[in-house]
Design a protein around this ligand. Structure first.
Ligand code: TRH
Length: 378
């Protein structure tokens, strides 16, 4: 009998919560031969990243995973029994009736936390907290070091990336499907970020660059802001807009399965949140991270911790160029100088991105670490 896993996901906003839990559910099911049920409270967001999802049914099979619309009440009745391993993603609070089921058997209860490079995450990783009646909840912290829970990486991801990039045909065909006709001399940049006051100066810097930049703007608030900068009311998908050395194209929403290939194609990826941030690292290309902003500015410590880890092995000037770009972008400051500095160090940052990806690949991935944790716990 396959071990059963239940993953609970509340979509707070955006696509990161479902983006991460869906990848995890699929990978556990496909690579670790376990039976996974994914409970998600918002099928519309799920459908945005996976068009195969049917938003009209409460229960369905998607890629071998049993997907349940997480109802406000009656989870225990639907579930019948609790799984052997229960993942509460991002402290989403399990329903009380389901917790009552968990008390009836020996269950491993894990709170999957948000990804952070801060050192305290390693200290708290795998720690239990008592939940009464003999139940314990363990904190599981994804991370970039051996002493944390790793990050998501499917077993064949890097091989698929390398095969794709080795084939000019695959790359050209993928971009053509998106209506992107990149000239060899152009720098290709993807743009996926939160609302950002640094955007106009970034666009200006790109337009004044000596190299032509082809900017692919993903759906979200930045499409409107880019249109305003171009003096357009809105931007039509498939059309090119030019301002000096900047060509802008807006892209439609890309299914998550095809999203990696976009990052693989680009010379620079502007990413955000958690999932696209991780995928950009596996793309092994320079990336500019817009961290999810928090009210108490806690995200700035998180950003600093990642920069320290990521740029630790870079030469001083290259490190400064990277930090300058990240800080200008995340503080919404003028990007002109930071961009010019980045361009000077672009080659060094390209090699560094490849080294980082290769080095991270030496760690076990998040799904594998979760499975090992369960085996140790038994
Ligand atoms: O959407 P996000 O901003 O999600 C965020 C973060 O997870 C953040 O940490 C969390 O606190 C908040 O949600 C609630 O960014 P992220 O994490 O990159 O997730 C985006 C997902 O959407 C990712 O799985 C990639 C996917 N995606 C596509 O599949 N196609 C697309 O065209 C785009 C733009 C994104």
């Amino acid at each position: 009998m396959r071990v059963t896993w239940d993953i609970f996901c509340r979509v707070i906003d955006n696509f990161g919560d479902i983006g991460v839990t869906w990848r995890l559910a699929k990978q556990l099911q496909q690579e670790h031969d376990v039976a996974v049920r994914l409970w998600v409270d918002d099928l519309t967001s799920f459908k945005a990243i996976n068009p195969a999802v049917d938003t009209t049914v409460p229960r369905q099979q998607v890629a071998g995973v049993e997907v349940y619309l997480w109802p406000e009440t009656g989870v225990a009745q639907l579930a019948g029994d609790s799984a052997a391993v229960v993942i509460e993603a991002f402290a989403c609070q399990l329903p009380q009736d389901y917790i009552a089921l968990m008390r009836k058997r020996n269950v491993l209860w894990l709170n999957l936390e948000y990804l952070t490079a801060e050192s305290w995450a390693a200290e708290c990783h795998r720690l239990p907290s008592m939940q009464g009646a003999g139940l314990q909840k363990y904190f599981f912290f994804p991370g970039f070091t051996e002493t944390t829970g790793g990050v998501l990486r499917e077993a064949d991801l890097l091989a698929r990336r390398d095969a794709f990039l080795a084939s000019n045909h695959a790359r050209a065909e993928y971009l053509a499907e998106l209506g992107v006709q990149q000239q060899p001399s152009e720098r290709l940049i993807s743009l996926f970020a939160y609302a950002n006051t640094a955007l106009p100066s970034f666009l200006t810097a790109l337009s004044q660059d000596s190299q032509t930049n082809r900017l692919l703007v993903l759906p979200g608030v930045l499409q409107r802001a880019t249109a305003a900068w171009l003096g357009e009311e809105s931007l039509a998908t498939g059309q090119e807009y030019r301002c000096d050395n900047l060509i802008v194209q807006v892209l439609p929403y890309i299914a998550q399965e095809k999203f990696d290939a976009l990052l693989w194609c680009c010379d620079l990826n502007c990413v955000r949140g958690e999932d696209s941030f991780v995928r950009a690292q596996w793309a092994a290309k320079p990336f500019l991270w817009h961290i999810y902003p928090q009210d108490d500015a806690a995200h700035l410590d998180k950003l600093g911790a990642f920069l320290t880890l990521y740029s630790g092995l870079l030469g001083d000037n290259t490190q400064q160029a990277l930090e300058g770009l990240y800080l200008a972008w995340n503080h919404g400051r003028d990007m002109t100088q930071a961009w010019q500095h980045f361009v000077v160090h672009e080659h060094a940052l390209q090699s560094h991105a490849r080294c980082w990806s290769a080095q991270q690949n030496k760690h076990a991935d998040l799904a594998t670490k979760l499975v090992h944790f369960y085996q140790d716990w038994l």
